[in-house]
Ligand binder design. Structure first.
Ligand code: NDP
Length: 452
C-alpha cells in the first residue's frame, strides 16, 4: 500500500521535532508534522525556556545586593514586567521560527493544525483532510492538571503565567513540585509576595530528603511564605482577587492564585481509542522500551508517555525511535541516571539514587557537607550550600549526587558524567580539587557522615 507519508508526527515539541527532523533529514523519509499551537512545544513556548529567562530576571536584586557588599555603588529599582515581557515573547518567537526553519530545511511538511488518529495508519487534521502514513509518532506532551472547583477559571497555571498583564502584588501558589517551587522563587525574586501551600510534609517529593529540607529552609529564608501539610479548602472570587481558606484554617485574599499541581498526558480526544492505542490510568500512552504502542505502526515519545517528563529525555526518545524505525537499529532510549535540576533559589541538582532509595537497595555510605560559600559569605548573605554523595559499600560506586547551591544545575551536569561512567568514591577522591570553588567539596569529602 502506498502511504502519503513514511512518518506523520503529531505534536511539534521537543520529541516530535527531533524525530521529524532526523527521519526526514538523515534517513530521507517523507515526513509530515502537525502542531495545533506553536512549534517548540511546552519547553520552548511555556516551559523550560521562558521559565529560565524568568529565573535569570528574578536573580538580579541579589546580585545588586552582593555588588553593594563588595563595594559597588549600585541601586536596583522595582522590576518592570512590561519591559521584560515583550522581550521574553520576542525571544520565544525567535526560537519558534528556528524550529520552523529546522523542519523546513530537513524537508518536513508542517501542518499548522490539530491532528487526531483515525486508524493505525491515518491521521485527520482539524480542517477534515486525512493523510495516511506508514508510521505515526504521537508526541503531544502534557497539560497542566488542576483539581476541579468552582472558580477554576480564575486561577493561573504554568500556561498563563508567562502572559500576565502585570505582576500581582501577591500570589498563592498551590503545589510542591518542580513548577510550584520554581515559580515561588521566581516571583519572590521579582518582588511579588509569595505564599505557597503544599499538601504533603515536605516539598519536592521524590528528591533526596535532606536536599528537600535544605531547599525549603532556604526558600523560607529567602522570603517565600511556604506552608506544608496544608491545602486549599475553599476559594471564592472577591474584589481584588480570590479569598482562600486553607485546610488548617488560614484565610487570605490573593490577587492571583496559581495551581502547579502536576501535568497530565495530553491524550483527550486524540482518537487513540479509534486506532486501538492503549492508555494507562492517567491517560498516558503505554509504550514498550522502543516507544512502540499497542498498535505496531504507532509510536509515542515524551511527556505523553509519562516516563521521565523532561525535555532532553523526550529528545533522546525521539532520536531512538528514528534509529529503530528508519535505520533498522533497534535502540532503547536510556532512562538510567538521568540528571535533573530544580531552578529554585538556590537550585537543586541531582543524579542517581536518593539516600532513601539507596538504603532500600543496598548498604551505603553517605558523604555530605554543608557550608557557606565564599562569595555570598563575604557579601553577608546567609546562603548555605549542601552537597551529598551516596556511595555503595560493596562496589564503592557513587550511586547518587545531590547538590543544593547556586548553579547546581550546571554542577550536576558534570557530576552526572562521572556517575554515568560508574565512578567510585575513590575516583572522586583522586580527582584533584579546583580551588577555590564550591564544587571542590565534591572531591574532598573524607569521611562518611553515616552508613546505612
Ligand atoms: P510535579 O508532579 O512535580 O508536582 C505536582 C505537585 O502538585 C506535587 O507537589 C503534588 O503533591 C501536588 N498536587 C498534585 N495534585 C494535587 C491536588 N489535587 N491538590 C494539591 N496538590 C496537588 O508537577 P509540576 O506540575 O510541578 O511539573 C510537572 C512536570 O514537569 C514535572 O514532574 C517535571 O517532570 C516537569 N518539569 C521539569 C522542570 C525542570 O526540569 N526543572 C521544571 C518544571 C517542570 P504530591 O507530592 O503530594 O503528589
Amino acid at each position: 500500500m502506498a502511504f502519503d507519508f513514511d512518518l506523520f508526527v503529531i505534536g511539534g515539541g521537543s520529541g516530535g521535532v527531533r524525530a521529524a527532523r532526523l527521519a526526514a533529514g538523515e534517513a530521507g523519509a517523507k515526513v509530515g508534522l502537525a502542531e495545533e499551537y506553536r512549534l517548540g512545544g511546552t519547553c520552548v513556548i511555556r516551559g523550560c525556556v521562558p521559565k529560565k529567562l524568568m529565573v535569570f530576571a528574578s536573580g538580579y536584586p541579589r546580585l545588586v545586593e552582593d555588588a553593594q557588599a563588595y563595594g559597588w555603588e549600585a541601586q536596583i529599582g522595582s522590576f518592570d514586567w512590561n519591559t521584560f515581557k515583550p522581550k521574553l515573547h520576542a525571544e520565544l518567537d525567535r526560537l519558534e521560527g528556528l524550529y520552523g526553519n529546522t523542519l523546513n530545511n530537513a524537508g518536513v511538511e508542517v501542518f499548522d493544525a490539530r491532528a487526531t488518529l483515525e486508524d493505525a495508519h491515518t491521521v485527520r487534521l482539524g480542517d477534515g483532510r486525512t493523510f495516511t502514513a506508514k508510521h505515526i509518532l504521537v508526541a503531544v506532551g502534557g497539560w497542566p492538571y488542576v483539581p476541579e472547583f468552582d472558580v477554576a477559571d480564575e486561577i493561573l497555571t504554568s500556561n498563563e503565567i508567562f502572559h500576565l498583564e502585570k505582576l500581582p502584588k501577591n500570589i498563592l501558589i498551590v503545589g510542591g513540585g518542580f513548577i510550584a517551587c520554581e515559580f515561588a522563587c521566581i516571583l519572590n525574586g521579582m518582588g511579588v509576595e509569595v505564599t505557597q501551600y503544599y499538601r504533603g510534609e515536605q516539598i519536592l517529593r521524590g528528591f533526596d530528603g535532606e536536599a528537600r529540607g535544605h531547599v525549603a529552609e532556604l526558600m523560607r529564608e529567602g522570603g517565600v511564605n511556604l506552608h506544608v501539610g496544608t491545602d486549599v479548602l475553599e476559594m471564592k472570587k472577591v474584589d481584588g482577587g480570590l479569598w482562600v481558606k486553607s485546610a488548617d484554617g488560614k484565610e487570605g485574599v490573593y490577587e492571583k492564585v496559581m495551581y502547579a499541581t502536576g501535568r497530565r498526558p495530553n491524550t483527550a480526544n486524540l482518537g487513540l481509542d479509534k486506532a486501538g492505542v492503549k492508555t494507562g490510568r492517567n491517560g498516558e500512552i503505554i509504550v514498550d522500551e522502543y516507544s512502540q504502542t499497542s498498535v505496531p505502526s504507532i509510536y509515542a515519545v515524551g511527556d505523553v508517555t509519562d516516563r521521565i517528563n523532561l525535555t532532553p529525555v523526550a529528545i533522546r526518545e525521539g532520536a531512538a525511535f528514528v534509529e529503530t524505525v528508519f535505520h533498522g537499529r533497534p535502540t532503547k532510549p536510556d532512562h538510567e541516571l538521568v540528571a535533573s535540576a530544580v531552578f529554585t533559589q538556590p537550585e537543586l541538582g541531582c543524579v542517581g539514587l536518593t539516600e532513601e532509595q539507596a538504603r532500600e537497595q543496598e548498604p551505603i555510605e553517605v558523604y555530605a557537607t554543608s557550608f557557606r560559600p565564599m562569595q555570598s559569605l563575604f557579601a553577608g548573605r546567609p546562603d548555605r550550600v549542601m552537597m551529598k554523595l551516596i556511595v555503595s559499600q560493596e562496589t564503592r560506586k557513587v550511586l547518587g549526587v545531590h547538590i543544593v547551591s547556586e548553579g547546581a544545575g550546571e554542577l550536576i551536569q558534570m557530576a552526572a558524567i562521572a556517575v554515568k561512567m560508574g565512578a567510585t568514591k575513590e575516583d572522586f577522591d583522586r580527582t584533584v580539587a579546583v580551588h577555590p570553588t564550591m564544587s571542590e567539596e565534591l572531591v574532598t569529602m573524607k569521611a562518611p557522615v553515616r552508613s546505612a
